[in-house]
Write a new protein. Structure first.
Length: 309
Protein backbone atom coordinates (compact mmCIF):
# COMPACT_ATOMS: atom_id res chain seq x y z
CA UNK A 1 0.00 0.00 0.00
CA UNK A 2 1.32 3.48 -0.87
CA UNK A 3 2.53 5.44 2.14
CA UNK A 4 0.35 8.43 3.12
CA UNK A 5 1.92 11.74 2.29
CA UNK A 6 2.55 14.21 5.11
CA UNK A 7 0.60 17.46 5.31
CA UNK A 8 2.61 20.41 6.60
CA UNK A 9 0.51 23.12 8.23
CA UNK A 10 2.21 26.43 8.92
CA UNK A 11 0.74 28.63 11.68
CA UNK A 12 2.11 31.97 10.63
CA UNK A 13 1.71 34.45 13.50
CA UNK A 14 -0.77 33.34 16.21
CA UNK A 15 -1.70 35.30 19.31
CA UNK A 16 0.84 34.19 21.89
CA UNK A 17 4.07 35.72 20.68
CA UNK A 18 4.32 39.51 20.58
CA UNK A 19 6.34 41.97 18.45
CA UNK A 20 9.13 42.38 21.04
CA UNK A 21 9.96 38.68 21.02
CA UNK A 22 11.26 38.49 17.47
CA UNK A 23 11.77 40.97 14.66
CA UNK A 24 10.92 38.08 12.34
CA UNK A 25 7.41 37.50 13.70
CA UNK A 26 5.04 38.85 11.02
CA UNK A 27 2.95 41.66 12.47
CA UNK A 28 1.57 43.89 9.71
CA UNK A 29 -0.93 42.50 7.22
CA UNK A 30 1.71 42.81 4.53
CA UNK A 31 4.22 40.81 6.59
CA UNK A 32 1.65 38.13 7.45
CA UNK A 33 0.69 37.73 3.79
CA UNK A 34 4.30 37.68 2.57
CA UNK A 35 5.42 35.10 5.14
CA UNK A 36 2.34 32.97 4.48
CA UNK A 37 3.07 32.94 0.74
CA UNK A 38 6.73 32.07 1.33
CA UNK A 39 5.71 29.26 3.71
CA UNK A 40 3.43 27.81 1.03
CA UNK A 41 6.23 28.04 -1.54
CA UNK A 42 8.48 26.16 0.91
CA UNK A 43 5.99 23.27 1.16
CA UNK A 44 3.19 24.12 3.59
CA UNK A 45 -0.11 22.98 2.10
CA UNK A 46 -2.25 24.48 4.89
CA UNK A 47 -1.78 27.98 6.30
CA UNK A 48 -3.30 28.48 9.76
CA UNK A 49 -3.98 32.19 9.97
CA UNK A 50 -4.51 34.68 12.76
CA UNK A 51 -4.40 38.39 12.19
CA UNK A 52 -3.30 41.46 14.10
CA UNK A 53 -4.13 45.09 14.56
CA UNK A 54 -2.27 46.99 11.87
CA UNK A 55 -1.25 49.82 14.23
CA UNK A 56 0.21 48.06 17.26
CA UNK A 57 0.29 44.35 16.36
CA UNK A 58 -2.06 43.16 19.08
CA UNK A 59 -4.06 39.99 18.26
CA UNK A 60 -7.23 40.70 16.29
CA UNK A 61 -10.03 38.55 14.92
CA UNK A 62 -11.80 41.35 13.05
CA UNK A 63 -12.81 40.37 9.50
CA UNK A 64 -11.40 43.75 8.37
CA UNK A 65 -7.98 42.70 9.60
CA UNK A 66 -8.18 39.51 7.50
CA UNK A 67 -9.53 40.56 4.13
CA UNK A 68 -6.33 41.92 2.53
CA UNK A 69 -4.30 38.96 3.78
CA UNK A 70 -6.74 36.32 2.54
CA UNK A 71 -7.19 37.76 -0.94
CA UNK A 72 -3.47 38.26 -1.43
CA UNK A 73 -2.48 34.79 -0.24
CA UNK A 74 -5.25 33.23 -2.31
CA UNK A 75 -4.05 35.03 -5.45
CA UNK A 76 -0.45 33.93 -4.93
CA UNK A 77 -0.76 30.32 -3.74
CA UNK A 78 -2.94 27.23 -4.00
CA UNK A 79 -2.59 26.62 -0.24
CA UNK A 80 -5.57 25.72 1.93
CA UNK A 81 -6.41 28.71 4.13
CA UNK A 82 -7.43 27.86 7.68
CA UNK A 83 -8.81 30.70 9.81
CA UNK A 84 -8.49 30.46 13.58
CA UNK A 85 -11.56 30.43 15.80
CA UNK A 86 -9.23 30.30 18.80
CA UNK A 87 -8.27 33.95 18.35
CA UNK A 88 -6.54 34.77 21.61
CA UNK A 89 -7.11 33.06 24.97
CA UNK A 90 -8.67 36.30 26.26
CA UNK A 91 -11.43 36.43 23.60
CA UNK A 92 -14.93 34.97 23.69
CA UNK A 93 -16.36 32.55 21.16
CA UNK A 94 -18.86 35.05 19.65
CA UNK A 95 -16.09 37.29 18.33
CA UNK A 96 -13.74 34.41 17.57
CA UNK A 97 -16.09 32.86 14.97
CA UNK A 98 -16.86 36.09 13.08
CA UNK A 99 -14.06 35.78 10.52
CA UNK A 100 -14.87 32.15 9.69
CA UNK A 101 -18.54 33.08 9.29
CA UNK A 102 -17.64 35.99 7.06
CA UNK A 103 -15.08 34.29 4.81
CA UNK A 104 -16.32 30.67 4.82
CA UNK A 105 -12.81 29.18 4.47
CA UNK A 106 -12.00 25.57 3.61
CA UNK A 107 -10.82 25.02 7.19
CA UNK A 108 -10.92 26.66 10.59
CA UNK A 109 -9.55 25.71 13.98
CA UNK A 110 -11.82 24.68 16.84
CA UNK A 111 -10.54 24.31 20.39
CA UNK A 112 -11.94 21.30 22.17
CA UNK A 113 -11.92 22.26 25.83
CA UNK A 114 -11.56 24.98 28.46
CA UNK A 115 -8.18 25.22 30.11
CA UNK A 116 -5.55 27.39 31.72
CA UNK A 117 -3.45 28.82 28.87
CA UNK A 118 -0.42 30.51 30.39
CA UNK A 119 2.80 31.95 29.03
CA UNK A 120 3.51 34.54 31.75
CA UNK A 121 7.07 33.31 32.32
CA UNK A 122 7.99 34.94 29.01
CA UNK A 123 7.40 38.38 30.58
CA UNK A 124 10.64 38.11 32.58
CA UNK A 125 12.79 37.66 29.47
CA UNK A 126 12.41 41.24 28.21
CA UNK A 127 13.36 44.56 29.84
CA UNK A 128 11.83 46.82 27.22
CA UNK A 129 8.83 46.29 25.01
CA UNK A 130 8.00 47.57 21.54
CA UNK A 131 4.35 48.28 22.46
CA UNK A 132 2.57 49.20 25.71
CA UNK A 133 0.06 46.34 25.62
CA UNK A 134 2.58 43.52 25.39
CA UNK A 135 3.86 43.15 28.98
CA UNK A 136 0.44 43.06 30.59
CA UNK A 137 -0.88 40.70 27.89
CA UNK A 138 1.96 38.24 28.57
CA UNK A 139 2.17 38.60 32.35
CA UNK A 140 -1.62 38.52 32.65
CA UNK A 141 -1.81 35.11 31.01
CA UNK A 142 -1.14 33.63 34.47
CA UNK A 143 -4.85 34.32 35.08
CA UNK A 144 -6.13 33.17 31.67
CA UNK A 145 -8.94 30.72 31.31
CA UNK A 146 -9.19 29.80 27.64
CA UNK A 147 -12.92 29.25 27.55
CA UNK A 148 -14.22 26.52 25.23
CA UNK A 149 -17.20 25.04 27.03
CA UNK A 150 -19.48 22.47 25.41
CA UNK A 151 -21.93 25.33 24.86
CA UNK A 152 -19.20 27.38 23.13
CA UNK A 153 -18.24 24.44 20.90
CA UNK A 154 -21.90 23.85 20.05
CA UNK A 155 -22.34 27.55 19.26
CA UNK A 156 -19.38 27.53 16.87
CA UNK A 157 -20.35 24.24 15.23
CA UNK A 158 -23.98 25.31 14.78
CA UNK A 159 -23.18 28.77 13.46
CA UNK A 160 -20.68 27.38 10.95
CA UNK A 161 -22.65 24.24 10.02
CA UNK A 162 -23.86 25.52 6.65
CA UNK A 163 -20.37 26.45 5.45
CA UNK A 164 -18.91 22.98 4.86
CA UNK A 165 -15.75 23.93 6.75
CA UNK A 166 -13.36 21.22 7.93
CA UNK A 167 -12.30 21.81 11.51
CA UNK A 168 -8.77 21.53 12.82
CA UNK A 169 -9.87 20.16 16.21
CA UNK A 170 -7.22 21.46 18.61
CA UNK A 171 -6.79 18.93 21.44
CA UNK A 172 -4.43 20.09 24.20
CA UNK A 173 -4.99 17.16 26.50
CA UNK A 174 -6.46 13.70 26.48
CA UNK A 175 -9.82 14.86 27.87
CA UNK A 176 -10.28 16.99 24.76
CA UNK A 177 -10.46 13.81 22.69
CA UNK A 178 -13.34 12.62 24.85
CA UNK A 179 -14.97 16.04 24.48
CA UNK A 180 -14.79 15.65 20.70
CA UNK A 181 -16.19 12.13 20.87
CA UNK A 182 -19.13 13.45 22.90
CA UNK A 183 -19.71 16.25 20.38
CA UNK A 184 -19.71 13.69 17.55
CA UNK A 185 -22.21 11.55 19.45
CA UNK A 186 -24.61 14.47 19.69
CA UNK A 187 -24.23 15.13 15.99
CA UNK A 188 -22.04 18.24 15.92
CA UNK A 189 -19.23 16.73 13.83
CA UNK A 190 -19.00 13.84 11.40
CA UNK A 191 -16.10 11.46 10.74
CA UNK A 192 -13.47 11.68 9.44
CA UNK A 193 -12.39 14.44 11.82
CA UNK A 194 -9.00 16.15 11.67
CA UNK A 195 -7.25 16.29 15.04
CA UNK A 196 -4.42 18.64 15.94
CA UNK A 197 -2.68 17.21 19.01
CA UNK A 198 -1.14 20.17 20.86
CA UNK A 199 1.76 19.51 23.25
CA UNK A 200 3.60 21.81 25.59
CA UNK A 201 1.14 24.61 26.33
CA UNK A 202 1.21 25.39 30.06
CA UNK A 203 -2.27 24.21 31.02
CA UNK A 204 -2.27 21.28 28.59
CA UNK A 205 -0.43 17.98 28.23
CA UNK A 206 3.39 18.07 28.30
CA UNK A 207 5.58 17.77 25.22
CA UNK A 208 6.78 14.19 25.63
CA UNK A 209 6.83 11.33 23.16
CA UNK A 210 5.00 9.09 25.67
CA UNK A 211 2.16 11.61 25.66
CA UNK A 212 2.05 11.63 21.88
CA UNK A 213 1.74 7.85 21.87
CA UNK A 214 -0.95 8.06 24.55
CA UNK A 215 -2.95 10.68 22.62
CA UNK A 216 -2.68 8.65 19.41
CA UNK A 217 -3.73 5.40 21.14
CA UNK A 218 -6.67 7.14 22.78
CA UNK A 219 -7.72 8.64 19.45
CA UNK A 220 -7.50 5.18 17.84
CA UNK A 221 -9.74 3.79 20.56
CA UNK A 222 -12.29 6.60 20.25
CA UNK A 223 -12.32 7.22 16.51
CA UNK A 224 -11.12 3.92 15.01
CA UNK A 225 -9.30 4.36 11.73
CA UNK A 226 -11.63 7.04 10.37
CA UNK A 227 -9.75 10.17 11.40
CA UNK A 228 -6.70 12.22 10.40
CA UNK A 229 -4.21 13.68 12.82
CA UNK A 230 -1.41 16.17 13.08
CA UNK A 231 0.96 17.30 15.82
CA UNK A 232 2.18 20.63 17.05
CA UNK A 233 4.74 21.00 19.80
CA UNK A 234 5.04 24.41 21.42
CA UNK A 235 8.48 25.98 21.77
CA UNK A 236 11.53 23.73 21.79
CA UNK A 237 9.38 20.64 21.23
CA UNK A 238 8.27 21.81 17.79
CA UNK A 239 10.72 20.02 15.49
CA UNK A 240 11.31 16.89 17.62
CA UNK A 241 7.60 16.13 18.01
CA UNK A 242 6.81 16.96 14.39
CA UNK A 243 9.58 14.59 13.31
CA UNK A 244 8.25 11.81 15.55
CA UNK A 245 4.69 12.37 14.37
CA UNK A 246 5.70 12.21 10.72
CA UNK A 247 7.45 8.89 11.36
CA UNK A 248 4.30 7.59 13.07
CA UNK A 249 2.21 8.38 9.97
CA UNK A 250 0.83 11.69 11.22
CA UNK A 251 0.84 15.18 9.78
CA UNK A 252 2.75 18.12 11.21
CA UNK A 253 2.33 21.75 12.09
CA UNK A 254 5.14 24.28 12.38
CA UNK A 255 5.23 28.08 12.24
CA UNK A 256 6.10 31.08 14.38
CA UNK A 257 2.74 30.85 16.20
CA UNK A 258 4.06 27.74 17.92
CA UNK A 259 7.79 28.46 18.20
CA UNK A 260 9.96 31.48 17.39
CA UNK A 261 13.08 29.34 17.06
CA UNK A 262 14.77 27.30 14.34
CA UNK A 263 17.11 25.50 16.75
CA UNK A 264 18.12 25.89 20.38
CA UNK A 265 18.68 29.59 21.15
CA UNK A 266 18.45 30.66 17.51
CA UNK A 267 15.47 32.68 16.33
CA UNK A 268 13.92 31.53 13.07
CA UNK A 269 14.35 34.05 10.30
CA UNK A 270 10.88 33.27 8.93
CA UNK A 271 8.03 30.77 8.83
CA UNK A 272 9.42 29.47 5.56
CA UNK A 273 12.67 28.55 7.28
CA UNK A 274 10.79 26.26 9.68
CA UNK A 275 8.76 24.74 6.83
CA UNK A 276 11.94 24.12 4.85
CA UNK A 277 13.55 22.42 7.84
CA UNK A 278 10.66 20.05 8.61
CA UNK A 279 10.20 19.31 4.92
CA UNK A 280 13.86 18.35 4.62
CA UNK A 281 13.60 16.10 7.69
CA UNK A 282 10.43 14.43 6.39
CA UNK A 283 11.95 13.82 2.96
CA UNK A 284 15.33 12.71 4.34
CA UNK A 285 13.49 10.11 6.43
CA UNK A 286 11.76 8.68 3.37
CA UNK A 287 8.33 10.32 3.39
CA UNK A 288 6.72 12.70 0.91
CA UNK A 289 5.06 16.03 1.57
CA UNK A 290 1.47 16.52 0.37
CA UNK A 291 0.64 19.27 -2.11
CA UNK A 292 -2.38 21.49 -1.32
CA UNK A 293 -4.59 19.45 -3.67
CA UNK A 294 -3.40 16.21 -2.09
CA UNK A 295 -4.19 17.70 1.33
CA UNK A 296 -7.66 18.62 0.02
CA UNK A 297 -8.18 14.98 -1.00
CA UNK A 298 -6.84 13.57 2.26
CA UNK A 299 -9.04 15.85 4.37
CA UNK A 300 -12.02 15.89 2.01
CA UNK A 301 -12.16 19.68 1.75
CA UNK A 302 -14.76 21.61 -0.21
CA UNK A 303 -12.21 23.33 -2.48
CA UNK A 304 -10.61 26.74 -2.79
CA UNK A 305 -13.35 27.91 -5.19
CA UNK A 306 -16.04 27.62 -2.51
CA UNK A 307 -14.73 30.22 -0.08
CA UNK A 308 -16.06 33.77 0.33
CA UNK A 309 -12.90 35.75 -0.34
N1 LIG B 1 -1.67 28.67 19.57
C1 LIG B 1 -1.84 27.24 19.52
C2 LIG B 1 -1.20 26.55 20.68
C3 LIG B 1 -6.26 28.37 17.52
O1 LIG B 1 -5.80 29.17 16.74
O2 LIG B 1 -7.40 27.94 17.45
C4 LIG B 1 -3.25 26.85 19.41
C5 LIG B 1 -4.08 27.43 18.31
C6 LIG B 1 -5.42 27.90 18.68
O3 LIG B 1 -3.69 27.44 17.16
ZN1 LIG C 1 -3.81 29.43 16.12
Amino acid sequence: MAKQKTIITCAVTGAIHTPTMSDNLPITHNEIAEQAIAAAEAGASILHLHTRDQVDGRPSVAPNDYSGILSRVKQSTNAVLNITTGGAPTMRIEERIQAALHFSPEMCSLNMGSMNFAFHALADRYDTWKYDWEREYIAGSEANIFRNTFADIKQAATALAGHDIKFEHECYDVGHLYNLKHCMEIGLFKAPVFLQFVFGVLGGIGAEVENLIFMKRTADRLFGTDYRWSVLGAGAAQMPLATTASQMGGNVRVGLEDSLFISRGQLATSNAQQVTKIRRIIEDLGCEVATPDEARDMLDLKGGDKVAF
